[in-house]
Design a protein. Structure first.
Length: 278
C-alpha cells in the first residue's frame, strides 16, 4: 500500500463502521474505508480506487474523496490555519495538510494561496513543502516568444533571478538584472516570454517592450533625481551595482532612460552627476 497515492484495492471484510481493503485477499496489511465513503451496494471482492493518508490519530485510512495533491505532485492550496509548528492547508480531505515552518520559503497567513508539493516525512506522515519545486515544474509550456503569460513567484535567487511557475506548472524565470524587489513569494504576476530555452524553460520579463518601457524608465529616473533634490550623484558611466541599488534599473535600461531625458532637454549630464533642468 502506497501512502499519498491513488490505488485500486479489494474489499476484504465488511464491518459496521466501514470496509477493510487490501491489495489481495491473503494480504495481512489492511486499511479501513469509513462507512460514509463506501459506495452503495459494495460487497466483498469488489475493487475500489482510493487515496491513502493518515487520520488525526496517525492511523492509515482510505478515502474515495479526491485530494488536490498526490505524492510528488504540485498544487496551489489555501492556508486554512497557522499554528505554532507550521500551517495547515485545505487540500480537499477531512484532515488538513501540514506545512512545517522548515518547509516554508516565506511566512504564510490564513487565506494565502501557496504552491506546494507533497512528501512523506521521517515519521511517515504526509506533509507539504514550498521547497524544491524547480525540478517538479514542466518544461513543455505551449508558449512562444512574445506571448503574455501569468505565473506565481515561488523562489528568489541572487545568482539567477526570480523563479516563477507559469500557470502554476511550467518552469520560468525572470533574470537577475531585472528589479523584482517589490515581489513576494506567492505573488501572481503577468509577464511576457522573451526566450524559450532549448530545454523548454521560459525566460520572462515584467517589463514592457523596449520602446514602451523607455518612457516608464525615464519617468522613474526623473523621480529618483527629484529625490536627490534635483542632482543625481552618479551617471550612466557609474557601476551597474550603484545604478541598480539607487534606481532599480539595469545599467543598459538606465542608459536608455537618461538618453531619452537628455534628448528631451529635461536633464544635463556632467562628469559625475546628472542635473534636472528647471
Amino acid at each position: 500500500m502506497r501512502l499519498g497515492e491513488y490505488q485500486t484495492l479489494t474489499i476484504i471484510k465488511k464491518v459496521e463502521f466501514g470496509v477493510y481493503l487490501a491489495e489481495h485477499e491473503d494480504d495481512e496489511r489492511r486499511v479501513l474505508l469509513p462507512a460514509k465513503q463506501v459506495p452503495e451496494g459494495s460487497k466483498c471482492g469488489d475493487t475500489i480506487e482510493v487515496f491513502l493518508y493518515k487520520d488525526s490519530k496517525d492511523r492509515l485510512i482510505a478515502t474515495t474523496n479526491k485530494p488536490a495533491l498526490t505524492l510528488g505532485g504540485l498544487a496551489v492550496l489555501r492556508v486554512a490555519e497557522v499554528g505554532k509548528i507550521g500551517a495547515f492547508l485545505d487540500w480537499g480531505l477531512e484532515k488538513d495538510l501540514f506545512l512545517p515552518y522548515k518547509e516554508m520559503t516565506a511566512k504564510v497567513q490564513p487565506e494565502d494561496e501557496v504552491l506546494v508539493t507533497l512528501y512523506i516525512d521521517k515519521s511517515q506522515r504526509l506533509c507539504a513543502s514550498m521547497k524544491k519545486l524547480y525540478d517538479l515544474l514542466s518544461t513543455d509550456a505551449p508558449y512562444h516568444k512574445g506571448d503574455v503569460v501569468t505565473g506565481r513567484v515561488y523562489e528568489f535567487s541572487d545568482n539567477f533571478g526570480t523563479f516563477v511557475a507559469v500557470d502554476d506548472k511550467h518552469s520560468a524565470m525572470i533574470p537577475s538584472h531585472e528589479d523584482t524587489s517589490k515581489l513576494r513569494i506567492g505573488d501572481e504576476i503577468e509577464a511576457r516570454v522573451v526566450n524559450v530555452k532549448p530545454d523548454g524553460k521560459l525566460d520572462i520579463t515584467m517589463r514592457e517592450r523596449a520602446y514602451l518601457q523607455m518612457d516608464a524608465d525615464a519617468e522613474k529616473v526623473m523621480g529618483v533625481i527629484e529625490e536627490f533634490a534635483g542632482v543625481l550623484p552618479f551617471t550612466d558611466k557609474s557601476s551597474p551595482e550603484v545604478i541598480k541599488r539607487e534606481t532599480g534599473l539595469s545599467k543598459s535600461a538606465f542608459k536608455r532612460a537618461v538618453g531619452r531625458l537628455y534628448k528631451e532637454r529635461r536633464i544635463e549630464i556632467n562628469e559625475k552627476s546628472i542635473r534636472k533642468i528647471d
